[in-house]
Design a binder for this molecule. Sequence first.
Ligand code: AMP
Length: 450
Amino acid sequence: MPKQIKFQTPKGMHDILPADQVYYQKIYDVVFEAANFYNFGKIDTPILEDTDLFSRSVGVATDIIKKEMYTLKTKGGDCLSLRPEGTAPIARAYIQHGMANISQPVKLWYFGPFFRYEKPQAGRYRQFWQFSFEVLGEKDGVIDAQIIQIIYDILQELKVRDLIVDINSIGCDQCRPYYKKLLTRYFKPRESYLCRDCKRRLKENVLRILDCKEEKCQAIIEEAPQSLNYLCDDCRSHFKSVIEFLDELEIPYNLNPYLVRGLDYYTKTVFEIFLQEKEEKGGLEKKEVEKGEERKEEGEEERKKKALAGGGRYDKLVSLLGGKDIPAAGGGVGVERLIEIIKTQDVKIQDKEKSQVFLAQLGQLAKRKSLKILREFRKNKIKVLEAFGKDSLKVQLNRAHNLGVKYTLILGQKEALENEIIIRDMETGKQEIVKIEKIVETIKNKLKKK
Ligand code: AMP
């Protein structure tokens, strides 16, 4: 006998069962409506892309590229990776389809799965869903602010309370090199106090040290030079305009001078959206605290505050990938993290359509006719439940009662022969008989009156 293997989802990946689909659907519906209102076009790109697309844009020294990509070689010898993020594929599509030649800006949105080989824990998965908005072909700070506003409003519409936007500007090609030099000058004499990763970052990309959540590095980071003090005139006035738009929109934000984000392609604005501290204790954080043991095993790095959304401006990405010099900005939201918060904040998500009608049948002929009747109801957009696998009328009526429907249609052997069907009003217990060809119309009228 072959050994029984218990198959499970791959580590860090999860099934989305019907009970959770309502959350994904609700989020999708709200995002869809907002995207339509603001005139974003939906785009779907492949799950796999050339590995080089990501290493070139996200940056070879970033965690995503160094440690977190699922990479494979095809039979034809191509090196492809499961997409760890969505912006590089968007820039690739923008170039590939000549979108620079159509009216600018090009506004795109997407909703789909992404893959990162990270250490799995609450709120961090190896396959997770994101929805994102990207605007290509416009450099004005109004775009940065509008993306934040759209995401903020969507989260609010989903009843997520106590949101705060962390925002910073990391400058551009003009001012960032000097700032990086200052950072290197600051961290170099303190190198021996930094964690192993930061020692490496000091050589590869000093900006990334600012993102380290290790306690010993944090203490040093707190005194480090801040990018906002070294922005060129263009970056300074751009950032000022983004902040003024946020003020006007009354979106709460926090200037976080050490926010740099884990991807290299950002220029100027970077932002993340969090739940404010006090609320986190009652939400995600509390859940993690309750899992005491698990938490003890997590390193400091894993315990860092998890952002619900993130994004920024990427003015050099399109040209970096071989396109024209096209400014752009975007932002995305992690759907699993959002659902976790929706659940901990007790937000009620209604399963949209509750059925009012149950169809019960008895005997072979009745079962045959039932399929056809159900199909007629569907054509008329009336949802009808059934239990075709059950032959006992009593069991079916019990099911109808438990489902709380208003009407049960009973198709017994006699009725099937005479082409009739019984309508039972579940509240009053009253029954009437109608011809089968009249049943859809009759139920439609009854539901209208109720
Ligand atoms: P990023 O692409 O890193 O800017 O992430 C954008 C958003 O995606 C984050 O704010 C999270 O909400 C979500 N996210 C990123 N990585 C993961 C992950 N491993 N598991 C679940 N959600 C994630």
